[in-house]
Each structure stands twice: as C-alpha cells, then as structure tokens.
Ligand binder design. Structure first.
Ligand code: NAG
Ligand code: NAG
Length: 457
C-alpha cells in the first residue's frame, strides 16, 4: 500500500522523539511529524518492544522450523476496540518458527482471522487463504498484526474472511519479531518461507477446523511472495503440502532491474522511488562487504534512518522527492555489485522456477511504481522456461498499483473457490486484457479508516 492517509485534523501529540539530521529542515520536520502521526495512529502498540507477545522466547533454539510457539486469541473487547475488526470476525496472533533462505530457524509472527460461520457447513473445515502483505515498513513496529486494521483492511484480509475463509497472514520475519540481520525487504525466498511455515504452524492451532489445502494471495512485495511461494511449493523437500495456487497482484518481481527505468522516468526530477534504498539497506546488513555509502548519497542514508521512526507513510514523503543526483552515486551501478547479484538470486529469488500449482497474475496498466511491462517480462520468462506452468496473466487498464487490488477481487474470489472445488487448470500460459464495462470509473485507491462504533442503533 502506498497511499498516505489524508486526515483532516492532525494532532501533534503522537510524535515519537526523533533526532532530526541537518538535511531535514523545518518543512521536512513538520511533514515528518504529520506522517508519523498518520502511521502511529494505526499502531496497536506504540512500541512493540514493550509487548511481550513479540519478544523472542528464551528457549527459541529448542523449537524447529514450522513449530507454533505461541497462539493468542485476542479478547472480544480488544478485537472490537483495540483493533478495528468488522463484527463477526475473530482475531488471533501467533508466534512461530520460520526459516532464513538457508533454512536457519527465524522467529516470526502473524495473525489469523476466523469468520463468524463457515458458509460450507458448520461441521466442515474452513478453507484457508494466506494473505501476503505489501510493503508495510522496515522494522518490527510496522507488522500488520500491530496495525488496527491489519494494514490492508478491506483491501484483502477482511474481504477474504468475509468470503468464509480462515485468513492466515504472516507479518514476515523481522516485522513483529526481531531477527539478527533485520527485516529482509523484498527477500521473496525468505517471505515464501514465512508463508508456507505459517500454514504449518497454524495447522497445530486448528487441528481439525481448517483444510489441509490452501491458496496464497499477495500484493506488491506480497505479490512477489505469493509467486515465490508457488515456486517453493514445487520443491518436495521444502513443500508443506496442500498448495492449491497463488494469486499475485502487482508483484514486485526482480525490481533491481528497474533502476534505469526509474531514472529515465524521473527525467532529472523526483524519482518517486523508495524501495531501492531500503533494499540496499537490507543487502548491506546481509553482506557486510557491501558498502552502501559507495552507491547512495549521505542524504539518502540520513533520510532512510529517520524513516525508521515510522512506517511507509513516513518513508514516502522523505524519500520520494529525491532526484537521481540526491540519491545515487557512481551512476547507480550497484545492480551489478557482486553482493547485489548474489542477493538477487539467493534472497529475492530472481529467475524462473517450476511452479507447485496454478498462478494467477494481475497488473494495472497505470501502475507507476512497478511497470506492467516488468511483470509481463518475468511472466514470459516463467512460461518460456517452464512451458508446463499453469499460469494466467491479466492486464487491467486504467488502474494503478493499489487500484488493481480492489478490482481483481471480483476475478480472483471465484478463482480461489474453483481451486478448492478441484476445477482443473490447463497447462500452459494465458494472457488477457480485462474488458471494463464503463468509462469513468474511480481510479483512486481510497484509504479506509475505521471511525469506530456506528452510533445509530
Ligand atoms: C515535530 O515534533 C517534535 C516532537 O513532538 C516537536 O518538538 C517539533 O517542534 C515538531 N516540529 C515541527 C516543525 O512541527
Ligand atoms: C519453552 O519454555 C516454555 C516456558 O517458558 C515452555 O512452556 C515450552 O514448553 C518450552 N518449549 C520447548 C520447546 O522446550
């Protein structure tokens, strides 16, 4: 999600104290204060470090990959007031063991939503959808489980739960939980572990109430994650089983390759790009030989550091206005640095891989964050290298990065139901352009904010 919430009234009381670097002048400080208010008003806990739920257990090393460590059903009072969850849904938080790209156990958290009733019958197990979120931030504080509306609210998790699915949603290791090298942004291989192992962990909490089968849906960073999950579940030694398919919406595939596009599009003006700096930060923590100061200016480093006081709404106004001159050094040639190439393969998962089930991909033609041509290219590579893939790509005209998430629901909800109903998907790839019914549709992804209890009754 990349839409700063527009709130009419800003109260300045929620500001965490931040040391402003000299590069952040008074206008920058004021904008920081406002956007921090937006981010922090969504937080369930003002500081996740003070909530023992998120603390790594003292005996973490006694657990194995896929184990469930803690499961906490949120009380009826908290689900209705501390979080903003629609009536009838139950919320749980869970702590489990995910895995790093090399299989090392990593602490991870997530949440689960359970619908009021099972539309398939009271005694039937609930069907399971895993929701893989897009860029939420870069620290434990920004975990969707720590967001009152679970960060994506009606854009996905509430809507999926109201279709009658149990929704399992990983925060991704390093958001919620604390991990040694910090949150590994856009590390698709690691996030796919978070997805599959969240399913394994949740099976321990609901031994009879959920199906073994599951589908994953994700957007942006989560679109990358769901695509990688489909590839992960094709690997017998790693698969958790029961995988029925993946829906990948506006996926952040191979976005290191977008550097020339980002620079060309900016044409000397604002880059409107915040993802690359945070990927580089993560790479420098994973590969100590990668000296980020060789590739980005000190302004970027200062702003990125400041951005860690908040989540995405704080990062965007700080970094989006920067130009190629502000942002990049050495001709922005870091995509060819050996550490970046290694990261792209091991962590991001660059390249085509066999799919463990059907894949449905959507991209908006008006996406200004990730161009649809990029997704089309990666999709073609997938189909060329693995012609037996069961894969479908739909281009949605008139829609941007977030708008596509709303529109695609009408297409992917029945697609998910078909997977559970054992409808076969032909082998091979299909591509189509969605035909919209009417000109003049809304093109803005609205930010929905709960106003609390409706007082009419
Ligand atoms: C930003 O917030 C801090 C902390 O609340 C405050 O001290 C400072 O005056 C604010 N700055 C601006 C420019 O609003
Ligand atoms: C870890 O410690 C908790 C108590 O603090 C205990 O309940 C749990 O069984 C321990 N887990 C393992 C795997 O030993």
């Amino acid at each position: 999600m990349l839409v700063a919430l527009k709130l009419a009234v800003f109260a300045m009381t929620a500001c965490a104290s931040a040391e402003f670097p000299t590069v952040c002048d008074v206008a920058c400080q004021s904008s920081f204060n406002q956007s921090l208010f937006v981010d922090s008003s969504g937080w369930v806990r003002p500081d996740v470090n003070l909530d023992t739920f998120y603390a790594t257990p003292h005996n973490f090393s006694d657990y194995e990959v896929g184990d469930l460590i803690k499961w906490e059903d949120v009380s009826p009072k908290d689900v209705s007031t501390t979080w903003s969850i629609p009536s009838g849904l139950s919320l749980s938080r869970f702590y489990y063991v995910s895995a790093d790209v090399d299989g090392t156990p990593l602490p991870a958290t997530g949440y689960a939503l359970v619908p009021y009733t099972n539309p398939l019958g009271h005694k039937k197990p609930f069907r399971v959808v895993v929701w893989a979120h897009g860029t939420a931030g870069f620290t434990p504080q920004c975990a969707p489980s720590n967001n009152k509306g679970l960060y994506y609210n009606w854009m996905a998790p509430f809507a999926l739960a109201q279709q009658g699915y149990v929704v399992i949603a990983p925060d991704y290791a390093g958001q919620g939980s604390t991990i040694p090298k910090g949150f590994m942004y856009n590390a698709g291989i690691a996030h796919a572990n978070d997805v599959s192992l969240a399913v394994a962990a949740a099976r321990n909490a609901f031994p009879h109430q959920i199906t073994h089968e599951w589908v994953v849906v994700g957007h942006s960073e989560g679109g990358l994650t769901s695509w990688r999950t489909a590839q992960r579940e094709a690997i017998p030694s790693k698969a958790v089983g029961g995988f029925l398919g993946a829906v990948s919406i506006a996926p952040a595939m191979e976005i290191m390759s977008l550097v020339p596009w980002v620079i060309a599009r900016a044409n000397g003006g604002p880059l409107h790009e915040i993802f690359l700096p945070f990927m580089l930060q993560s790479i420098s923590r994973l590969f100590p030989s990668f000296d980020i100061a060789k590739y980005v200016s000190s302004k970027v480093l200062d702003f990125s550091e400041l951005a860690l006081h908040g989540c995405l709404n704080v990062a965007v106004p700080l970094l989006a206005p920067l130009t190629a001159t502000d942002m990049y050094l050495n001709g922005a040639n870091y995509p060819s640095a050996p550490e970046v190439l290694e990261w792209d393969e091991k962590y991001h998962g660059k390249g085509a891989h066999k799919l463990g089930g059907p894949l449905l991909v959507f991209h908006g033609e008006g996406d200004f964050i990730i161009p649809h041509s990029n997704t089309a290219r990666v999709f073609t590579e997938q189909c060329d290298d693995f012609p037996e893939s069961q894969a479908e790509y739909q281009l949605l005209p008139g829609l941007d990065h977030d708008g596509v998430l709303q529109v695609s629901k009408a297409i992917y909800f029945p697609w998910i139901a078909d997977r559970f109903d054992n409808e076969q998907v032909d082998r091979g790839c299909t591509r189509s352009v969605a035909q919209f019914a009417k000109d003049g549709f809304s093109t803005i992804e609205q930010a929905w904010v709960s106003a609390g209890q409706v007082l009419v009754q």
